[in-house]
Design a protein around this ligand. Structure first.
Ligand SMILES: Cc1ncc(COP(=O)(O)O)c(C=O)c1O
Length: 429
């Protein structure tokens, strides 16, 4: 009974349509740079990832400025997992970001790039990874995920012969899906006590992370809970706190753009085997600007954290920083019908079946036009889920045409996988 009500509610839920003027503004902007993108293909063949370093640097400056304006002591760490192309991290280091790494491989890359300020977070760090971090304790703060990890970090620090700075991750959702991350807030005093017995670990901070935030509500609500837990903590713990790291999860300001299958009603229809996704139906969850995130987060920090602990507030943005700094260029290889083309790249280039649920405009750079036309645009993998879109912007679509799919910088390049087709190279524009 409850299940059928939930399904009916989902089916009845109306998702907002992506406003035509918002979409058109983006399409026009990318078409305006059409020549520059096409020139790239003069030197390198498609498919390609195009990295735009100026956009990346600009986003780094905007993010930093938004929070520096409203908080006294701040630190910024780019979440390498969101785009692990080394040049992306290098540019962010140049823009005075530190790096947030989540594996030995990412740590190795950060060290190789000369990063001097690294946070190492994530569940299930191995003894080897902890030892690697301990050997570079002057450059790395380990954000611990459990009591056992604290034991293993103490062993690693002792065998590396150095004292390691650490923080502890607290779970924002100790009962649900996110339970696997960190410890619960109630366990903070016990964790502090245990860390006090670890001669080679210096517990200096707290980290949390909540994902997919179109607005800062979840982050500020958790800060209130954290403030309550801290106010019940021993004074010496509060005095030892040098940072509170509030993680990533800031949605880029263009908001979330979806195909019908990405909406609640579309998910239910798809599960019921009702056809979903059409050429012109695009949906939208608007996101707040980074200035609104900064204002509301800083208000919560001033209210709940700073009165208790005079510490630095750290940020680990990924998606917000790199999302629009990378685009994909592909070409049409085969026009099998007026409404069906195959391109030279497969979605192994981005690692997941993204475009069945997310909408991004497919722009025909060869025949530009501010008009969207229906066409099923597939990749060249041996799976029907290898889809780029159900429409394109242009005056027609023929074999050899060059297509651009914008805003593919976050959770695409780092998820790419060797599968059937070779992986595209990256070129910087
Ligand atoms: C601990 C942590 N920090 C930061 C990030 C980056 O999040 P986003 O790319 O949404 O900003 C993630 C993403 O999974 C994460 O797990």
């Amino acid at each position: 009974m409850r299940a059928s009500q939930t399904l009916q509610r989902a089916l009845a839920a109306e998702s907002a349509s992506l406003p035509a003027d918002v979409l058109l503004r983006y399409v026009e902007g990318y078409f305006a740079d059409r020549r520059r993108y096409l020139d790239v293909l003069g030197k390198d063949p498609s498919p390609l990832y195009v990295l735009q370093p100026q956009i990346l640097a600009q986003r780094a400056r905007e993010f930093r400025a938004a929070f520096e304006k409203v908080l006294p002591k701040v630190g910024f760490y780019f979440a390498v997992k969101s785009n692990n192309y080394p040049e992306v991290s290098r540019i962010l280091l140049e823009n005075r970001f530190g790096l947030d790494v989540s594996s030995g491989a990412e740590l190795q890359m950060a060290l190789g790039l000369g990063a001097r300020d690294i946070v190492f977070s994530g569940p299930g760090k191995t003894c080897e990874e902890l030892l690697q971090a301990a050997r570079h304790a002057d450059r790395t703060v380990v954000l611990l995920d459990s009591f056992h990890e604290l034991d293993r970090l103490q062993q690693a620090a002792s065998s590396a012969g150095c004292r390691v700075r650490a923080g502890v991750r607290v779970s924002v959702d100790p009962q649900g899906l996110w339970r696997k991350f960190g410890i619960s807030l109630e366990d903070l005093p016990a964790f502090h006590q245990k860390a006090g017995n670890c001669a080679d670990v210096e517990l200096q901070g707290i980290q949390f992370h909540s994902s997919w935030n179109l607005d800062p509500g979840r982050q500020t609500a958790f800060m209130k809970k954290l403030g309550l837990a801290l106010s019940a903590s021993p004074g010496e713990f509060l005095a030892s706190l040098r940072f509170v790291d509030i993680g990533g999860g800031y949605w880029p300001s263009q908001g979330e753009w979806m195909q019908e299958a990405g909406t609640p009603a579309g998910m239910v229809r798809k599960a019921m085997d009702v056809p979903v996704n059409s050429a012109f139906a695009h949906y939208w969850n608007p996101a707040r600007s980074i200035d609104v995130f900064a204002e509301e987060i800083s208000a919560a920090v001033r209210r709940h954290i700073l009165p208790l602990a005079d510490c630095r507030i750290c940020f680990e943005p990924g998606r917000w920083i790199c999302n629009d700094s990378m685009q994909l260029l592909l070409s049409v290889v085969d026009k099998k019908a007026p409404d069906l083309v195959i391109t030279d790249a497969g979605t192994n280039a981005i690692g997941w079946e993204r475009f069945e649920i997310d909408y991004f405009p497919v722009l025909n750079l060869t025949r530009p036009a501010l008009q969207e036309r229906p066409c099923n645009i597939y990749g060249s993998l041996c799976t029907p889920h290898d889809v780029w879109g159900y429409s394109y912007w242009g005056a027609g679509l023929e074999e050899g045409d060059v297509l651009l799919i914008p805003m593919q910088g976050a959770y695409t390049y780092s998820l790419r996988q060797e599968f059937i087709k070779p992986l595209p190279q990256v070129v910087s524009l």
